[in-house]
Design a protein around this ligand. Structure first.
Ligand code: NAP
Length: 245
């Protein structure tokens, strides 16, 4: 099957930013989207907005730090729509800082959400994909993992751990499953809200205000990977603002 029409797509971190834009675009293109994030109000209003525009959306409150929540999210897709075509592992946080600050709880949060959360997603969806004989992982990484910068070490480390796991998953996937990583540069989202160091946060917000691109740009890349024919595996996409060095 190619295109997006009728595909069932689970999206983590769907309540804002890239996840939200991806849900809206996929629903416009006829996909059935299954939304997960912690914020129930935002999920509910997004699902209503999609349904109001004639799309199909389900949601359940999901904390990707909880393995069971990912299982339930995947289960919701399978029970409601009878299959799962795509899992977009998008949920992420970025409480970045210099290592000297020893913000160990922030390091743990990034590892738990950005790395373990993706693994829990893989654990939930991979058996379903194997059983079905089709399925597509889309993992959201970052250009922070390509151009390493001060303050971003742990964040980039989590993204590059997922980069490595994604490549291994691609090689293990066989000829039926597809595996894509998307590495965005600066995108205009709420990601800075997860930053705990006020100075770093305000620098990032300044940079974001100067050069960030719309989350729609990332959504279009995700849709491009999903809509390809089943034998076409788009593996890596990097998208930066033109202004980003
Ligand atoms: N914005 C950028 O410049 C940029 C650049 C490169 C990569 N990225 C990556 O893009 C992805 C999406 O981020 P964004 O920029 O769209 O930021 P965002 O607007 O802050 O969205 C992050 C999403 O993740 C969810 N989330 C956070 N912790 C979660 C948890 N424990 N369980 C479930 N959901 C959780 C948030 O919802 P709740 O708070 O409701 O749970 C929200 O929906 C992240 O992986 C980020 O690292 C962003």
């Amino acid at each position: 099957m190619s295109g997006t029409e009728g595909k069932v797509v689970v999206i983590t971190g769907a309540s804002s930013g890239i996840g939200e834009a991806t849900a809206v675009l996929l629903a416009e293109r006829g996909a059935k989207v299954v939304l997960g994030a912690r914020g129930s109000d935002r999920l509910k209003s997004l699902a209503e907005r999609i349904a109001g525009a004639g799309g199909e959306a389900a949601y359940t409150v999901t904390d990707v730090k909880q393995r069971e929540d990912l299982s339930n999210l995947v289960k919701l897709a399978c029970e409601r729509y009878g299959k799962l075509d795509v899992l977009v592992n998008n949920a992420g946080v970025a409480p970045i800082s210099r290592l000297d600050e020893l913000r160990v709880e922030d390091w743990e949060e990034m590892i738990d959400v950005n790395l373990k959360g993706v693994l829990y997603g893989i654990a939930a969806a991979l058996p379903v994909f194997r059983r079905q004989g089709f399925g597509h992982f889309v993992n959201i990484l970052s250009t922070a993992g390509i151009q390493i910068m001060p303050t971003m070490g742990v964040y980039a480390g989590t993204k590059n751990a997922v980069r490595t796991i994604t490549e291994s998953l691609r090689q293990e996937a066989g000829d039926k499953l597809r595996v894509t990583s998307v590495s965005p540069g600066f995108v205009r989202t709420n990601l800075a809200e997860s930053m705990t160091n006020p100075e770093v946060k305000s620098q990032i917000i300044d940079q974001r205000n100067r050069m960030a691109i719309s989350p729609d740009a990332i959504a279009r890349a995700i849709v491009f990977a999903i809509e390809q024919p089943a034998d076409v595996d788009v593996n890596e996409i990097v998208i930066r603002p033109t202004a980003q060095v």
